[in-house]
Design a binder for this molecule. Structure first.
Ligand SMILES: Nc1nc2c(c(=O)[nH]1)N[C@H]1C(S)=C(S)[C@@H](COP(=O)(O)O)O[C@H]1N2
Ligand SMILES: [Mo]
Length: 368
């Protein structure tokens, strides 16, 4: 039997349990908001997402990314306090012990996978060859499953560790309390320098987030440019028209769209990467256009972009989302004609909807 040699008074269940308690809360919020966000992006028929509150996805995805980032220092410190024990031998002593260690192996591996893949996605870096949302979502279940096993197995140890006072065994070096304070400071700092990507008041602190939500044409970031989408010529073509399929098929030129009743709504673009920004959008109600085409009021629809290929070249919406008063075929933002990179001549903007589904450079609307 090898007893871990890397000992430190900081490696104590009282420290581990206290860090773990905060980490557990962060993971719970991250998991629940992640499930909601996943449901937004990959809708299922039996649980349709309502169009209100308009800020719903902004809050769930903002919290998801913020709690995921806050977990990074917590996981690192928690691992620091226990890692010698991960290499204990004999590796397996009994069936119960095997289960416990197995669940920790899955927990550590899935946690590290979720954090690294999540950060890579925020940075739009795809070194991996799997489809990010599917893998990130599947591994989240493994993480939560193994976490529940871990909590059940360790419940008595955790309860006892949290009950005991955080006494300091020596006067030298970093104290246990010092480590907890430093960990808290790291979490607060990391949150402060990233959360401005979605919280307007904290924008100027946004040092570490890859995007500032107010930098870009017309004061909004751009994820996919018109050049990247290959629509530079088609979007400005003289014969451009938006096709609307229905009992009365329509072909609406930019001038036709401009001649319909115009509305303005204040709505956020919320990217799954964690940034969001609100802006006043102007244009035509999707419901008005669908009515003119004679589309049934309860029909779900698909909106397709001029962009050829690509994952986000089209999106679908429920009838409830499509008929909401704030769901616009936007022609303008902040009173200006949409920049080509924001979807000129016309894009979708709808309440409580992930950015990936706010399809730009629309060319066709059809019933699904
Ligand atoms: N056709 C098309 N529309 C698209 C995309 C795309 O790749 N192609 N990207 C989406 C994503 S991921 C986001 S976050 C928003 C961003 O809109 P913006 O570039 O106007 O800020 O557009 C969405 N609309
Ligand atoms: Mo996005």
């Amino acid at each position: 039997m090898i007893t871990p040699t890397l000992t430190s008074p900081l490696r104590d269940t009282r420290v581990t349990a206290r860090v773990g308690r905060v980490l557990g809360i962060a993971i719970a919020v991250c998991f629940v908001t992640g499930l909601i966000s996943h449901l937004h992006q990959h809708p299922v028929g039996w649980l349709p997402i309502p169009p209100s509150p308009a800020w719903g996805y902004r809050v769930t995805q903002g919290l998801h990314v913020a709690t995921g980032l806050a977990s990074i220092p917590l996981v690192l410190v928690k691992l620091f306090t226990v890692y010698p024990r991960l290499f204990e031998t004999p590796a397996v002593r009994s069936v119960g012990h095997a289960l416990e260690r197995g669940s920790i192996a899955v927990l550590v591996a899935s946690m590290l996978f979720e954090l690294t893949s999540g950060v890579a996605n925020i940075a739009q870096w795809y070194p991996f060859h799997f489809f990010f949302p599917t893998a990130h979502y599947a591994v989240a279940w493994a993480l939560v499953g193994s976490l529940l096993v871990h909590l059940a197995v360790k419940a008595p140890v955790i309860a006892e560790a949290l009950r005991k006072r955080l006494s300091e065994p020596t006067e030298e070096g970093l104290t246990r309390r010092g480590l907890l304070v430093a960990t808290g400071a790291a979490v607060v700092t990391l949150t402060a320098v990233t959360v401005g990507q979605t919280v307007p008041g904290l924008r100027r602190l946004t040092l570490l987030a890859p995007r500032r939500p107010d930098i870009g044409p017309q004061g909004l970031p751009v994820n996919k440019t018109a050049t990247a989408a290959g629509v530079r010529t088609t979007a400005v073509a003289a014969d451009y028209a938006l096709a609307v399929d229905g009992p009365t098929p329509l072909r609406l030129s930019v001038a036709d769209l401009g001649a319909l009743p115009q509305h303005e709504v204040e709505l956020p673009i919320t990217c799954v990467e964690g940034w969001s920004a609100s802006a006043p959008w102007g244009g035509v109600r999707l419901a008005d256009v669908l009515d003119r085409a004679g589309v049934a009021p309860d029909a779900a629809i698909r909106l397709t972009s001029l962009q050829q290929g690509g994952l986000y070249g089209s999106s679908t919406m429920t009838a409830e989302q499509a008929r909401h008063d704030d769901t616009l075929l936007a022609l303008r933002v902040r009173g200006e004609v949409l920049a080509l990179d924001h979807g000129y001549p016309v894009r979708l903007i709808a309440p409580n909807r992930p950015g990936v589904l706010q399809t730009k450079w629309l060319t066709r609307i059809e019933v699904v």
